[in-house]
Design a protein around this ligand. Structure first.
Ligand code: SR1
Ligand code: MG
Length: 422
């Protein structure tokens, strides 16, 4: 393959990748029989499904610009490099949680990976009102294992520092999050959009909320300066592929070393948006209620599994420089060790609640929205669902240091859904 970067197309992919051994093995040698479809529906990249006589793979290639916006917003190709390295670390830290990487080309900014089949994007599954058995457990384990094993609780200090330096290069994708998540939604930024005129009042109210902006900036400071663990960086319902009983995580190109609570917070923010959007997707009131209860149970299970797994790893794999056993267990100070773990989980919880609230705001006020809300054609109904999300988001950000546990978050969501905050 010529090494100069060139975007692939369904027409050129066979000719350009057909000579790779891995493509011959995984798809087949006869490129004439390959079918290639471009299926990327994310905001940034090209994604191809390549099928042939021997099987099928996914080919993901970065574009030199933001696909959602166009070439007026250039974006470095090196994000494929960070995605590749993040996938290898996630696979090591939580085996089986991500698609297998089959080939990586830094020059072409492309990754050939396992095709997950018959998986579909979680967001799509949710909008169709279909449940995923074991989702809370799978995602709780993923979030806890990647958080713990990517931190100074587990890693050797030189490895952690080298990895932190490597991912510190993911400047432009972090910049997207710093702007689109933590800044733009809270003022009248150029790229923002919201359902108008229905939301104009609440949007003005939120942007005038000075205390809210201070809290959000506290969270942004945590994002930029607290490199506790390798985060996926964009863990929403479009970054999870599911069947009725399996879930795998994709798309970690926003990976960076950041706060423990970032990934699980973003994930729970997305679940809460789906919860408030459901009445627009399931017309039967009872079926809708049942599905909403399932979403809340997933939130509860995700966090309880996260805590249990984090504690298990604390007790069995705490080999890093933080809270060394030499200071605690080896001295018979088991109680202090357990107390430290509980305090850390408390801190993670407060961060996750804040991030969840901010994620709910940016998906309604900022550039990048979520399909659960955006596809609601009736604008009044959409605005009603979005208003619930905005209010819950505000409450979460402002109360994150007072909420006593996930039960309180769930109670707040029920309260907002009931219209009590309208
Ligand atoms: C310009 S990129 C917009 C959003 O898409 C990605 O999936 C991230 O969530 C990012 O914030
Ligand atoms: Mg993505």
């Amino acid at each position: 393959m010529n090494n100069e970067y060139k975007a692939l197309s369904p027409e050129t992919l066979g000719e350009r990748l057909g000579e790779l051994d891995i493509m011959k093995q995984a798809v087949g040698s006869n490129t004439a029989s390959w079918t290639v479809r471009e299926v990327g529906d994310g905001n940034l990249n090209l994604v191809f499904i390549v099928e042939g006589e021997a099987g099928s793979v996914i080919v993901k290639q970065a574009l030199p610009y933001v696909r959602l916006v166009g070439d007026s917003w250039p974006l470095p190709l090196k994000r494929a490099f960070f995605e590749y390295h993040a996938l290898t670390r996630q696979e090591a830290r939580d085996p089986g949680s991500v698609p297998k990487v089959l080939y990586f080309s830094e020059e072409q900014a492309l990754i050939v990976m396992e095709r997950l089949q018959p998986h579909i994007i979680l967001r799509q599954q949710t909008m169709e009102g279909r449940k995923v058995d074991g989702l809370g457990k799978r995602m709780g384990l993923f979030a806890a294992r990647t958080a713990f094993r990517g931190s100074d609780l587990s890693m050797a200090a030189p490895d952690k520092k080298a990895d932190t330096a490597l991912f510190a290069g993911n400047v432009e994708l972090c910049d997207i999050t710093e702007s689109l998540v933590f800044t733009d939604p809270y003022y009248d930024a150029e790229l923002n959009r919201h359902t108008t005129p229905q939301l104009d009042g609440i949007v003005a109210e939120l942007r005038a909320d000075e205390a809210l902006k201070v809290e959000v900036q506290h969270m942004k400071r945590a994002f930029t300066s607290r490199g506790e663990t390798m985060c996926h960086g964009d863990l929403h319902a479009g970054s999870i592929m599911v069947t009725s009983d399996e879930a795998r995580v994709i798309d970690p190109e926003f990976a960076f070393y950041g706060p423990f609570g970032f990934d699980i917070g973003m994930l729970i923010g997305n679940y809460l948006m789906a919860y408030h959007a459901m009445p627009a997707h399931i017309s039967d009131a009872e079926a809708c209620k049942d599905y909403q209860e399932w979403i809340l149970s997933v939130i509860e299970e995700t966090w309880s599994v996260y805590c249990a797994e984090f504690l298990r790893l604390w007790r069995t794999e705490r080999t890093g420089i933080l809270y060394p056993a030499a200071l605690y267990e080896d001295q018979g100070h088991h109680f202090a060790s357990e107390a430290a773990a509980q305090q850390l989980l408390g801190e993670i919880f407060r961060d996750l609640v804040g991030i969840a609230g901010i994620e709910m705001h940016r998906r309604i006020l900022g550039l990048a929205h979520v399909a659960e809300l955006d596809t609601i054609e009736d604008e009044d109904l959409r605005a009603k669902c979005e208003t619930k999300c905005l209010k819950l988001g505000q409450l979460l950000v402002m109360s994150r240091n007072r909420l006593t546990g996930m039960d309180a978050v769930i109670a707040a969501a029920r309260h907002t859904e009931s219209g009590a905050m309208a």
